[in-house]
Design a protein around this ligand. Structure first.
Ligand SMILES: [Zn+2]
Length: 283
């Protein structure tokens, strides 16, 4: 797979999650076309031998003898739960396509396949995700499956894309190591390092990987829990400039409300653990 400009931007976010392939020309999904996506490439590639375990909503694919093979039942349950969480987040009754979840032992193996430096990758056109899972790295199945379900339900978000696309996925996952996303955002706030909402929305690439992802996850979570899923859906489809018309508040006012809301979130992160999160990411 060739790297699109958007995927190249993914080189800076490898610690937390992924970059996605170029968006479809239309939000409408052509499943005939999707059948020749990365999912089919993976299953057809003779270098890779896959075993498959089917859940209710997720089909987990793993290599014999891999770390994922020893946890296949748990991963299938986790995949099903991730699809349920994504369905809940976007406010639909059910998601019509099974989600294929492929596990790799190492980041190098994943990169060799998807061609993007990341530890997770969502190919929403084929409703499939590709994840690293090892004794030292947890799989971001909820994050990547949230990408697949949200984009296939709502379409690709209107520019600026990153804050809301990644923010919704980080919010859906809700955790980073042993901490909630909101507790870590509260810690950024306490340290005076929480990015402004305007920077997250319009200058996502400039705020740094961890502040960008965790800040956007917190901001989207605040908007979601304060104004509801329909507000998020409208901002997703109309862009960051729509925040004012959707919420009735200016972006500066939203930023202030978000910070005041975070003041009430307990930050439980010890300094040593904070350093570990910042240095090593959320896996
Ligand atoms: Zn992502």
């Amino acid at each position: 797979m060739r790297l699109s400009p958007r995927c190249l931007a993914g080189t800076v976010i490898a610690l937390l999650c992924a970059c996605e392939s170029a968006p479809p020309a239309s939000p409408a999904i052509d499943w005939e076309e999707a059948a020749i996506g990365l999912e089919q490439q993976a299953l057809a590639d003779r270098q890779f031998v896959w075993h498959t375990l089917r859940g209710e909503a997720a089909r987990v694919h793993y290599r014999p003898g891999s770390f994922a093979a020893r946890h296949a039942v748990m991963l299938t349950r986790s995949g099903d739960a991730s699809v349920r969480r994504a369905i809940e987040i976007v406010g639909i009754e059910h998601y019509e396509h099974p989600v294929d979840v492929f596990f790799f032992d190492t980041r190098a193996d994943l990169i060799a396949f998807v061609g993007v430096p990341a530890t997770g990758y969502a190919d929403w056109e084929s409703s499939s995700v590709f994840l690293v899972f090892s004794p030292t790295w947890r799989a971001f199945d909820t994050h990547e499956i949230a990408h697949v379900v949200s984009i296939n339900t709502w379409g690709v978000p209107v520019e600026p894309i990153w804050w809301i696309r990644e923010g919704l996925a980080v919010y859906a996952d809700g955790r980073c190591r042993e901490h909630t996303v909101q507790a870590l955002a509260a810690e950024y706030l306490r340290r005076g390092e929480l990015p402004y909402a305007s920077d997250l929305i319009y200058r996502f690439a400039n705020v740094g990987e961890m502040p960008g992802y965790l800040g956007s996850g917190s901001l989207v979570g605040f908007l979601y829990e304060t104004y509801g899923v329909e507000a998020i859906h409208r901002i997703w489809q109309q862009g960051g400039d729509a925040i004012e018309t959707v919420t009735g508040a200016s972006l500066n006012a939203i930023d202030a409300r978000w910070r005041a809301w975070l003041e009430n979130v307990e930050s439980d992160v010890e300094p040593e653990e904070w350093r570990r999160v910042i240095d090593d990411g959320c896996g």
